[in-house]
Design a protein around this ligand. Structure first.
Ligand SMILES: [Zn+2]
Length: 442
């Protein structure tokens, strides 16, 4: 059996030789001490190639992969310091096993990067290696950035130019701030993520992307509420703007169905309250009847108020009892019934694929909505009609931001992996990285 006490260290690493192996008393850390054996006469100045003389010592401590489980390992290198006889510059001997830009060995860096590829979390790697999570996170960032860069360079060399894009915002930091995300809808890859959701924030995408790369963009799917369309008009004048059907449907649900439903519900409540107030002046049979009516109105109020989900859901997905309940409510409330029918019709308009048919159908829909006389529906139609082109465009390019929203689950994974993710640059790189289907990557 191999026993730790029996191990003798005989390590050499280029000009360094291992002189001692130390372990702290708790057995939590081991340190290997390396000393340089390089002779001054072998060294030349890296600045002017002149001769140098030794000028004391410096030391570099690097975290290494542990040899024993539960015992973090450090390597300390005692290196020469030199001063140039010719140009007078001072420099320290290089440690060849150091991973550039970090305080870890090349070996540890490769192990960590491999563990990250096998989805080991940053927190777990920290407890396995004793290496600070920030160092691990920087190594993670490094592999993601270089992999993404190589991937993009390869795609560009193959003549890749995105054709169908989606732009949308998503909440970060528990909804206090937002980020804007651009996705290629054909590949599903996130091309860009930036902080904020204003017009200025989205302008960054066009500043950071070469115009030639976007020269083949034919259509961009987006939410009607944001000001994204202004920038797409400005920077991609040949691309069509397509308004997202899901945002449109959600808004109809909130601004029309929601408002009308509450208006109808409130009418029942007011009626119930009025009946109840009149009770004191009524007697006998009249009083009994009014009391019963008030009870009925109260019940209708609750029923209409609770119909929210049934109204929003696709009719085909309702259970039989829900469908019957909904039909009864709609039969008794004509405004709600009109708005509900308008919703179903609007959803159907997004299935049209002929642009001429779509144009006349949308125009008819807006005209009917405005003629309804239902204030919430009229207001909705007046606002959205201004953007009719982007609704008709859906017949030519039936795209949506749905794929980007479906990506939200991966964003949740990113939030968990990013370990607190105060660092937006790291988080955004991770979001982009997760959208690319690299084999063997987290
Ligand atoms: Zn020099």
């Amino acid at each position: 059996m191999l026993r730790e006490e029996d191990i003798a260290i005989q390590l050499r690493c280029q000009q360094f030789i291992c002189k001692s192996y130390m372990r702290d008393l708790d057995g939590e850390q081991s340190v290997l001490l390396f000393e340089s054996e390089r002779e001054t006469k072998e060294v030349i100045c890296p600045h002017c190639r002149g001769k140098v003389y030794a000028d004391g010592y410096g030391h570099v401590t690097l975290k290494d992969m542990p040899v024993w489980y539960g015992m973090a390992q450090e390597l300390t290198f005692v290196c020469h310091r030199f001063e140039c006889r010719q140009c007078g510059k001072k420099f320290t001997e290089e440690v060849p096993v150091q991973h550039p830009g970090t305080k870890v060995t090349e070996r540890a860096a490769r192990w960590i990067q491999a563990m990250l590829r096998f989805k080991v979390s940053i927190r777990s790697i920290q407890s396995l290696t004793g290496i600070h999570w920030e160092t691990i996170r920087n190594l993670h960032l490094e592999i993601m950035e270089s992999t993404l860069e190589e991937h993009m360079a390869e795609l560009k060399a193959d003549g890749y130019r995105p054709r169908l894009l989606a732009v949308d915002e998503f909440a970060i930091h528990k909804g206090h701030t937002y980020a804007t995300c651009v996705m290629d809808l054909e590949t599903g890859e996130v091309l860009w993520v930036g902080e904020g959701r204003s017009k200025e924030d989205f302008e960054q995408f066009f500043t950071e992307t070469e115009p030639a790369f976007l020269s083949k963009v034919m259509a961009v799917a987006m939410d009607m509420n944001a000001s994204y369309h202004i920038l797409v008009r400005k920077h991609l004048p040949h691309a069509m703007i397509v308004y997202d059907r899901y945002h449109m449907q959600a808004q109809f649900g909130k601004d029309v169905l929601g408002v009308v439903r509450l208006t109808e519900a409130r009418a029942h409540k007011e009626k119930a309250d009025a009946l109840r107030e009149s009770l004191s002046q009524l007697h006998g049979e009249d009083r009994k009847q009014a009391k019963e009516e008030a009870r009925q109105e109260r019940r209708k109020y609750t029923r209409v108020k609770r119909a929210r989900w049934a109204l929003l859901k696709n009719h085909d997905t309702l259970r039989d009892s829900q469908a019957t309940n909904l039909t009864e409510i709609l039969d008794a409330h004509s405004d709600l019934a009109i708005c509900y029918a308008m919703k179903e019709e609007m959803c159907g308009l997004f299935n049209l694929r002929d642009v001429i048919v779509a144009e006349s159908a949308w125009k008819k829909w807006f005209a009917a909505a405005k003629e309804s006389g239902i204030p919430a529906l009229v207001r909705f139609a007046e606002l959205k009609e201004k953007r009719i082109d982007g609704l008709i465009a859906h017949a030519i390019y039936p795209i949506s931001t749905g794929k980007l929203e479906g990506f939200n689950n991966k964003i949740k994974v990113a939030k968990r992996l990013a370990y607190g993710y105060r660092d937006n640059h790291f988080f955004f790189t991770l979001v982009r990285f997760l959208s690319v289907p690299f084999p063997n990557f987290p």
